[in-house]
Design a protein around this ligand. Structure first.
Ligand code: HEM
Length: 122
């Protein structure tokens, strides 16, 4: 009885190992991220300025560049407050909400989701 259980467990274990190994070998790798998504890319203000609409909104904040297009519809303020900062250096606007009040640490943490690179000033 114990012996059968041992054999069954051993066979099941190695079958599971084989399935994981086969999946790793045969399943395709994740699609490569497009260039603009690589967080180690560098961008100039001229490049950022080409993304200045609600459908394509990048901002530079504290030396980092963010593609905020997907977040704009979620942002809690009136869109008129945030939209003018698309395509721009928005560090001060971000840290003051243009009203002298900082964003919460939750907002700070959300930024990393949209990071696409670093600002360089040629
Ligand atoms: C740079 C331009 C931006 C401006 C001018 C701006 C302004 C504002 C304003 C006026 C509010 C609502 C009123 C208030 O809570 O005081 C707000 C709230 C908020 N914003 Fe922004 N925002 C900007 C960018 C961002 C970005 C890039 C994020 C995150 C990815 C963000 C995340 C939030 C969150 C989570 C709130 C809710 C309140 C909080 O957690 O601080 N905002 N923002």
């Amino acid at each position: 009885m114990m012996r059968n259980f041992f054999i069954f467990s051993t066979v099941t274990f190695w079958l599971a190992v084989a399935v994981f190994w086969a999946a790793d070998v045969w399943l395709p790798d994740e699609a490569p991220r497009p260039d603009s998504v690589a967080a180690n890319k560098t961008w100039t203000l001229v490049e950022i300025s080409q993304h200045d609409t609600a459908e394509d909104c990048w901002m530079a904040i504290d030396g980092a560049v963010y593609n905020l297009t997907a977040y704009l519809p979620e942002h809690p303020s009136n869109p008129a407050v945030i939209l003018p900062w698309c395509g721009k250096e928005a560090t001060e606007a971000y840290h003051t909400k243009t009203k002298g009040r900082p964003h919460s640490s939750r907002a700070d943490q959300m930024l990393s989701t949209y990071l696409i690179g670093t600002l360089i000033r040629p």
